[in-house]
Design a protein around this ligand. Structure first.
Ligand code: CP
Length: 307
């Protein structure tokens, strides 16, 4: 039984295994075993979600598990029961808890302090690890592997960017260039962790806060929406700061072979033009589909060793 709360929790072998297994599920056309037969998976989302919640619910059902879902208004936490007691009860009834809190991961770590129920972070304030697994699964499916890929990330240093930096930097020869608006970059400790992974693997991770001289010859241009789920920006002028970071076809002049990726949901005309999101380079909706296959890989991996 294993938990997945941060990409940092994974060994290099775990990470590679999860990406390869996600790609294998994606290529299996629904033809696979039901390793979660008899398991019960709780899906507890305190924040909105279209993809991740559906990916884990559908993925669990496809692997043979039963699913119990909870929304933000369903639990006795709303009437004063503590989160710790809630976790203790879950752990006596569920085999896996998939949770989106948009809060600090300390709560998930507290739930995970037992050995009965696996806990999966389906997005916290700091990190969106299962998004990175879906992203790398998409790279593996599209390019046949992740090593040596050059990725340009444009936009806020949010929880998707954090997970991407921590995951991609583990793959030899990859280059991740982050272009984040000034004041909206990745946390310094995340850049330091990614730099340590990159030094070990031979990857490169860099960050700039402008869109001057965009890099050339990228395999991927990636962006995310400007208003991450459950967050707001204190600066009333933030849109002016973000405006130069909109992804348009301009970037394809120097990167004609690049695919476009987006974790979705998208706001056409904000972080990306409709021409790019709906254009020939976009793999954003394949990437969304891969969320289910990588969720299946995560669920299978969490329960591996229990069966
Ligand atoms: N990308 C992502 O996490 O989508 P949802 O918020 O719809 O789950």
């Amino acid at each position: 039984m294993r938990h997945l709360i941060s990409i940092d929790d994974l060994t290099d072998d775990d990470l590679r295994y999860l990406v390869e297994t996600g790609a294998r599920y994606a290529g299996a056309n629904g033809s696979h075993d039901r390793p979660l037969d008899g398991d019960v998976v709780g899906v507890y989302f305190r924040r909105t979600s279209t993809r991740t919640r559906t990916a884990f619910s559908a993925g669990a059902l496809r692997l043979g598990a039963q699913v119990v879902t909870y929304g933000p208004d369903d639990l006795q936490t709303n009437t004063g029961e503590t989160s710790e007691d809630t976790g203790r009860v879950f752990a006596r009834m569920l085999d896996v808890l998939v949770a989106r809190t948009a809060a600090d991961t300390a709560e998930m770590r507290a739930w995970a302090a037992q050995d009965r129920m696996a806990v999966v972070n389906a997005m916290s304030e700091q990190e969106h690890p299962t998004q990175a697994l879906a992203d790398l699964t998409t790279l593996a499916c599209h390019f046949g592997g992740v090593e040596k890929l050059r990725v340009l990330y444009v936009g806020e240093g949010n929880n998707t960017a954090v997970a991407l930096a921590l995951a991609l930097s583990r793959f030899p020869g990859t280059e991740l260039e982050l272009r984040t608006p000034p004041g909206y970059g990745l946390p310094a400790d995340v850049m330091a962790r990614a730099a340590r992974y990159a030094e070990r693997s031979g990857a490169v991770v860099t960050e700039r806060h402008d869109m001057g001289e965009p890099p050339i010859g990228q395999h991927v241009v990636y962006t995310t929406r400007w208003q991450t789920t459950g967050t707001s920006k204190a600066d009333p002028g933030w849109r002016d700061v973000f405006a130069p970071f909109q992804v348009t076809t301009e970037l394809w002049k120097e990167n004609p072979e690049a695919v476009f990726m987006h974790d979705l949901p998208a706001h056409r005309g904000e972080e990306v033009s409709a021409e790019v999101l709906d254009g020939p380079a976009s793999v954003a909706f394949d990437q969304a589909a891969n969320k289910m296959y990588s969720a299946m890989a995560v669920l299978d991996w969490c329960r591996d060793g229990v069966r």
